[in-house]
Each structure stands twice: as C-alpha cells, then as structure tokens.
Design a protein around this ligand. Structure first.
Ligand code: HSE
Length: 447
C-alpha cells in the first residue's frame, strides 16, 4: 500500500471491552470522526471489538465492525494497529496488554489498578517491544491531568499533587452534608443512582484513589512505587458529627489523594496517602461537589494550578481514551518512538523513594472522642494531650449523654507532630471512660 493509500485508510483500532466506556469510545469515534481525522491527518477506524457479552444491545450502530468474544484474535488481527483495553481487572487485562505489546501494538487502557500494581512489568514490556502504553483515562476520567504532568508542567519540579480523585466518595460526602443522612443511607442511594458499584468497597475504602495517587506520584516525582505502599483510609467512619463539626470549624471533609515532595539533606522522600481530610471551606477544592473530580498541582515555576472535571462516565472517559489513541496513532504513523515517557520520567530515572511516615506529618488534627458524659473525662483527655505536647485550639462537646451513654467530644489541635497525638490517643483510648477508638482526621490548610 502506498503512503497516500495508507493515509486515506488510516489506522485500525481494536477495542477490547464493550461496556459503558467502550460504548462511549465507539460513539465519540463515530461522532467526531472528521475532526479527529482533521487533527491527525488520517482517520482512526474502529475495525474490531471483543467482549464476552456479544448479545446485549449497546444502542450504537456498529456499521459492520467485526464483534465477537475473541480478544486474542483481535490483538493478532493485522488490521488492528492500536489496541484499547477496557475490561478492567488484573489477570486477563495484564495478559492481553502484554500480548499486544509483544506484537508491537501500542495499547490504551483505563486500568489504574493494573498499572498501580504491575506498572513496571507493563512499561518494561512496552519499551522492549517498541510499543507504547497510554492511560490518561485511568486518573480523573476526562481531566487531562496525566498529559499535563507529563508535558505541560514538565519544566517544573512538582512540589505537591492533591486531589479529589474518586467521584463516588465525593458524591457520598456531599450528600451526607446536604441531607444530614448517615453514610449507609447515602451510599444506598448512590448505588441506586448508579454512581457506586454494587460492591462499593473499592471506591469507599479508598483503594481506587490509592491506585490513582500511585500513578500521580510516579509522574510528579519519578517515584517508583506500588499502590500497596500507600497508606489508605476510606470514608466509612466519617459521621454526621464529623461533617457538622468540620463546618463549625471552617472546614469541609473530602477524601483526598495526597502526594508531596520532601527534599531533605539526606535525599528526597515523598508523602503519599489517601484519607478523609478537612480542608478550608473557602478553598476551591472544598467547592467541588457531587461526583466531580479536581486535582491541585503545585509546581515550583508555575505555582498552584487546579484541574477540574468529570472523573468518570461514558463520554468523559471516552474523551481521555481517544486523546491517547490519537497520540499513539501519531507515533505509529511517524514510525519513531519519540513520545514522552509514559510515566513522564525516563525509566532509568524512576527510582524508589522512601515514603514519609504518617507519624512525622505536622499539622492540625481533628479528634473525635466517644466518651461517657461524666466528670473528669475532659480532664483526662486534655491532660494526656498536654503530657504529649499536644496543644489544643478548641474543644466542643456535641450534646449531652444520658447516664451510661457516650457523647462525641471534638478537639481541634494546634499544629503538631502526628506521632505525639497517636501516643496521647493510646493512653486516652485505654480508659474505660472512652467507649470507642478516637477518630483522627488530618487537616490540610494550604489549599
Ligand atoms: N470509581 C471511580 C470513581 C471512577 O468513583 O471516581 C473510575 O475511576
């Protein structure tokens, strides 16, 4: 085929996984075919789809595109130049992606779990076979945050990346605030509305956000790490009292993925963590409601930046997948491998970096004690905090307990080393006057 003929035909795309996002990819490829071709100089043609469910009507016209359950045959099909993996999960997705890369076919994936756990193997395979992997859709849905870190902000030394990177938990927290209803009730509604998965643990327990912050930390700092190393806490234990007290203290509670650089004489360490966080109510991140995502990146040259948009959903995620497809298609057409490294830093520059221990964090803490409402309890709490050098900024007792019942007592500390608070809590929680383990919520002020 001559160059002109090849240009006219364009590159062939094979789609593995024809669920919600796959359907969005088909829709957007069709709807915006001419503007995609005008940007690339050649068309992107969907040539083949594989999914185990070949019966369900997805409501899109496939116009003769071959559709069956054979993902291996799709990968091996000479008409397929670029492979899109949207099946999720680990084992099968890993095998299929490696197969495509071994055949020199670039892969676009939204699979943050796979990359956050087995990224090194996948990226090494891509390099060995001269085929790239792109994964913009894996973090922040349609928000082009990875491309911004890899390219737009590449001049910077990144100092921090902090964000609302899970829409389900942000929806639940927002609804708890608005309605005053407890976690379980709001979660059930989120499931009925289709926001949360039937098994919502992945979102609610912070695992999804941990996968995403792992990729963001790699890109921001050239840090080689896996999601298993990220201290992770979800939102199950956030109560109405926490939300109400946060408001009284001038904060809102958001599940944040946080990663920061600590440049020290002995070398660099990185903070990386996922947990419910109190942030000032007037900050832009605090105003991000519902299922939306937002990511604040601070670079030494650019200063603070904020990226906002839909973190999930058929069309926003398809937007990210197709942006990646176009980038990889240009590479294939150019016949060179000059694309920016997938994790922004060259593989030889990716280094394991020690993770900053939570105990060394320094900042204000919100503490919610569950204590019997009787004399001397407050003295016990403030005494133990004082003994460990934890200075108190304010104390609120929420309501009054009947005899034998516990009441929430809320304490806001001055900035303090977390290890000191933990030591004080060990002593306090050992008392019979405390009816449940004390809850600590970290506060991020400078957002
Ligand atoms: N389950 C994710 C969320 C969307 O709730 O944000 C996909 O990353």
């Amino acid at each position: 085929m001559s160059q002109d003929e090849r240009a006219a035909v364009g590159l062939g795309v094979g789609l593995i996984g024809f669920g919600t996002i796959g359907t969005g990819v088909v829709r957007v490829l069709r709807k915006n075919a001419s503007s995609i071709a005008a940007r690339l100089g050649f068309p992107l043609r969907l040539v083949r789809i594989a999914d185990l469910d070949t019966e369900r009507d997805r409501g899109v016209d496939l116009g003769g595109v071959r559709f069956d359950a054979d993902a291996e045959a799709l990968i091996d099909d000479p008409a397929v130049d670029l492979v899109v993996e949207l099946i999720g999960g680990i084992a099968t997705a890993r095998r299929l992606i490696l197969r495509a890369l071994e055949r020199g076919k670039p892969v676009v994936t939204a699979n943050k779990a796979l990359l956050a756990l087995h990224g090194k193997e996948i990226f090494d395979a891509g390099r060995a076979h001269g085929a790239d992997v792109a994964f913009e859709a894996s973090v922040g849905g349609g928000i082009p945050i990875l491309r911004s870190l890899r390219e737009g902000l590449a001049a910077n030394r990144i100092l921090s990346v902090r964000g609302i990177i899970n829409g389900t938990t942000n929806y639940v927290l927002t609804e708890m605030e608005k309605s005053g209803e407890p976690f379980e009730v709001v979660l059930k509604r989120a499931q009925e509305l289709g926001y949360a998965e039937a098994d919502p643990a992945f979102d609610i327990d912070g695992v999804d956000a941990a996968h995403k912050i792992t990729l963001l930390a790699a890109m921001a700092f050239g840090a080689e790490l896996t999601a298993e190393e990220v201290p992770t806490e979800g939102i199950r234990a956030v109560t109405g009292t926490d939300i109400e007290s946060a408001e009284e203290l001038g904060y809102r509670i958001k599940l944040l993925g946080i990663t920061k650089l600590h440049a020290e004489e002995a070398g660099e360490r990185i903070e990386v963590r996922v947990h419910p966080t109190m942030i000032p109510s007037e900050s832009l991140l605090a105003k991000v409601d519902g299922a939306m995502n937002a990511i604040a990146v601070h670079g030494d040259a650019v200063g603070p930046t904020l990226f906002y948009g839909a973190g999930a959903g058929e069309l926003p995620t398809a937007s990210a997948v197709i942006g990646d497809l176009m980038e990889l298609a240009r590479e294939v057409r150019r016949g060179s491998n000059s694309r920016v490294a997938p994790l922004s830093f060259l593989p030889e520059s990716l280094l394991p970096k020690p993770i900053f221990p939570l105990g060394e964090l320094f900042g204000r803490c919100y503490l919610r004690f569950s204590a019997l409402d009787r004399g001397g309890v407050l003295a016990l709490i403030t005494g133990a905090l004082g003994e460990h050098g934890v200075s108190i900024e304010s104390v609120l007792q929420k309501g009054r307990g009947h005899p034998g019942e516990s009441v929430p007592i809320v304490v806001l500390t001055h900035p303090v080393r977390e290890s000191a608070v933990r030591r004080a809590l060990e002593k306090i929680d050992a008392s019979r006057a405390l009816t449940a383990p004390t809850r600590l919520i970290r506060i991020e002020e400078d957002l």
